[in-house]
Design a protein around this ligand. Structure first.
Ligand code: PFF
Length: 469
């Protein structure tokens, strides 16, 4: 299918675009990163601020990105350049998208490492099912310490983490190489509904575990004193990561959308679905964790070390474990595909390469950077590449790539995007793309012109230099 009759591959329908965009947004960011960040940043204060960020900053940036893409019908930088040219502005504004392409490349490299961990846990639960059978919990007869040891023995094994990373990257490459309508779209249309069914089933199951009200208190009790600069920066970074913003992901996907699609309404659907999944993931994971008497602030290990421990006390634990990690893997795949598509579409356009060689070239680069991330929990555990910068002190390659993209590059790209759409681009072009009028248009302009850039600048400042304020 083509969008626009331009000869370019594109989504076959509006719902295909919505599912693919939701597939891009919903991923490890919601299921693994959101609960870990909420737990590490004090629960309620983080969550409430996160929701505010999604509505007031995420939504306008999402609309800005999709409209740049839809207007340009090209790769992200070319779309931004086109809008700039038609607005009589400097073509250098495309830097906002180039920065995003670079971030997407960095993210896909470490994202597939986590995808690889997920593959390992699917295998762990499958082999447990074969060993212990259907009755009772997972890991029967095994000591809790033995279960917790699964995580360090994976994280500490360089050959395994690198091998799994490559495996997950290869699956991602397969779908990207097939193209938009016959690869990415087909995957999203089948996998996203399956994902939602699994998520709801596991959450209902977990809510019978008893610690549901404790979880609700934990996630939604707002304690203002906990809202420090770094917590705010973590929340805004999480909102961008989760909504796939600031990495040109939504500009790229917007580039495959036809003129008949209402972008504002679609953006609301995408942001609502993504936030819904993050909150449900919290409501799904924390009751299991609390019911087993475990701590909420285990960070990245929450899903991989704490949660499997909790499956031990559940009836049908190994089946639930398999389903849970398959669900996470599905969500991760629809996002890693989006991440790989961003630099692939850029390279295709830049060099005239066809899709398969372009995707393979980017994947090769991601393999190298990904291997460094995969090794940062083992062989390279003591390698701190940006140790001289306080924000990244004591962090390995994996954490540096994650922090650099979500806390610096994504917010900076978003600031540039809102300034470009709010102040630089031709207002008539923007208005015809958003289709907004009346009060909604006034609110949108206020958010994109003023609130987003200023709030983001302020959050970046207090987040990076918490002591100077
Ligand atoms: N939004 C994805 C997640 O929450 O896991 C991550 C992501 C995908 C970020 C695609 C950026 C992107 F372009």
């Amino acid at each position: 299918m083509e969008s626009q009759g331009s000869g370019r591959d594109g989504w076959s329908s509006r719902s295909a675009f919505i599912l693919a965009a939701i597939g891009s947004a919903v991923g490890l960011g919601n299921l693994w990163r959101f609960p870990a960040e909420a737990g590490a940043n004090g629960g309620g204060a983080f969550v409430v601020f996160y929701i505010l960020c999604v509505v007031l900053i995420g939504l306008p940036v999402l609309l800005s990105e999709t409209l740049i893409g839809r207007h340009g019908q090209s790769s992200a930088p070319e779309s931004a350049r086109r809008l700039a040219r038609e607005s009589g502005a400097s073509r250098h504004w495309s830097i906002l998208a180039s920065l995003g392409v670079f971030s997407a490349f960095m993210i896909v490299s470490f994202y597939c490492v986590v995808g690889g961990w997920v593959l390992h846990y699917i295998w762990v639960f499958i082999s447990d099912l074969f060993q212990t059978g259907l009755t009772g919990g997972a890991f029967q007869g095994r000591d809790p310490a033995e279960i917790e040891a699964i995580w360090p023995s994976l994280a500490g094994n360089g050959a395994l983490t690198v091998g799994l990373d490559f495996a997950f990257l290869a699956i991602t490459l397969f779908f990207v190489a097939r193209g938009v309508s016959s690869g990415i779209e087909i995957m999203a249309v089948w996998l996203m509904p399956a994902f939602f069914i699994l998520l709801i089933a596991i959450t209902i199951y977990g809510s019978f575990g008893g610690a549901f009200s404790e979880t609700v208190d934990y996630l939604f009790t707002f304690e203002p004193e906990k809202l420090t600069g770094p917590v705010m920066l973590a929340a805004v970074g999480q909102a961008f990561f989760s909504l796939s913003l600031g990495v040109s992901g939504m500009i790229t996907y917007g580039g495959y959308v036809g003129r008949n699609v209402n972008l504002a309404g679609t953006s609301v659907i995408i942001a609502s679905a993504d936030t819904f999944v993050a909150l449900v993931a919290g409501l799904c994971i924390f009751p299991i964790v609390f019911a087993a008497g475990l701590g909420a602030n285990a960070g990245p290990a929450l899903m991989f070390q704490t949660l499997p421990h909790a499956f031990q006390s559940m009836p049908l634990g190994s089946v639930i474990g398999i389903l849970f990690f398959v669900m996470v893997g599905v969500a991760a795949l629809t996002s890693s595909v989006a991440l790989l598509e961003v630099p692939t579409s850029w390279l295709m356009e830049k060099t005239g390469l066809r899709r398969v060689p372009a995707a393979c070239t980017i994947a090769f680069g991601a393999m190298i950077l990904g291997a460094l991330s995969a090794l940062s929990t083992n062989q390279l555990a003591d390698f701190y590449p940006l140790n001289f910068i306080p924000l990244f002190e004591g962090q390995g390659v994996f954490d540096v790539l994650d922090g650099l993209t979500s806390k610096i590059f994504m917010p900076v790209a978003a600031i540039l995007t809102t300034i470009f759409v709010g102040w630089v681009a031709d207002r008539r072009l923007i208005d015809s793309e958003t289709g907004l009028s009346g009060g909604l248009q006034v609110i949108w302009r206020f958010l994109v012109c003023w609130l987003c850039p200023l709030a983001l600048l302020a959050i970046l400042a207090v987040g990076i230099f918490p002591d100077s304020i």
